[in-house]
Design a binder for this molecule. Sequence first.
Ligand code: PLP
Length: 417
Amino acid sequence: MPIFDNKITAWSAQADELIDTAVRNLDRIVDKNQWKVIEAFQKHKVSDYHFAGSTGYAYNDRGREVLEEVYAEVFGAEAALVRPHFASGTHTIATALFGVLRPGDELLYITGRPYDTLHKVIGKSGDGKGSLADFGITYAEAALDEQGQVDWPEVEHLLNDRTRVIGIQRSRGYDWRSSFTIADIEAMVQRIRSYNKDIVIFVDNCYGEFTETLEPTQVGVDLMAGSLIKNPGGGIAETGGYICGKRAYVELASYRLTAPGIGGEVGAMLGTTRGIYQGLYMAPTIVGQALKGSIYAAAMFELAGFDSKPGWGEQRTDLIQAVSFQQEQQLIAFVQGIQRASAVDSHVVPEPWDMPGYEHPVIMAAGTFIQGGSLELSADAPIREPYIGYMQGGLTYSHVKLGVLMALQTMLERNLL
Ligand SMILES: *Cc1c(COP(=O)(O)O)cnc(C)c1O
């Protein structure tokens, strides 16, 4: 074991005691989700021959077809599209939105500003080329109210007869707000349905999968999307995304992924199928490890005198743990400390840099097996006030604990604690 200062090991002992019940309660969610996944595998009679790769057009790839049935089953959806051909979460979400929106329609986000990379998809920033706006699809957004809740009077004001899709982002992303639980999303669905029965309710489910025992499509959401290098890939899927929901909408999305009339009938899986199945099988447990790590991190940083969001005792519905530091140097030490504890690339020291598309320098720790895989322990922070660091993931609880300990140790060594 690395040597940590006595002050830090004392906090760790205190944190372990503090969070004991919260961590054990998580096991109930993990057990339920683990069975939910195994039961879906059983129902669809998954066999080892389903894991074989396919080539060319890959018509009648049974492995791929059954994989999509299993995903639909787990998420309580009519249909799913689960493909390595989705290059990222943003690509997956864009495919879903382009699939169901038509020129003249409007997309209305009711959970405030969406995730950064979606701004260019919408056409809110950048030159707009190829964006929804470029295709004559307009966009409106209701900012969250002061309590961080949906501002319903504003939503009612913005709704109009062109509103075709309502967007909800489950996770806080990199904002200092709360994430929306499944119960919150269910209440949103009921309210939206009371205004309009036909609007397509879309959820960006990134970072949310398996943190609770139900998913948005099990409480009335029509369409949702997520990334396979986040939660549902279980740290094993090497690339890809999923879209699931009502069959008609998933089919429209499949026409955007491939071509109209072809849709999900083609798409060579090459050698990715087994990893995507096994990742889904692992996901409930790995997400549980990451969540335990987040609870421990929240408790440790609180003991060290920083604000954590969510707090260690709060309900969780995604993987992201935000910590508010007082100084820039603490933020940098935090990210560099996380990197120091990684198995991959621990010998490199992250530095703030001007990342394309960001207004401030950003520093990131990402010692991961899958490039950018954020179900693995990773941390990022824009260098700006208020100095908020974000961490997420961790394939093992022990690794997250060591990362947090190393982050605090690094701060201590630099006289920042
Ligand atoms: C990660 C994420 C995305 C985008 O996924 P990328 O793989 O980074 O393109 C979109 N929305 C949310 C909430 C996310 O967490």
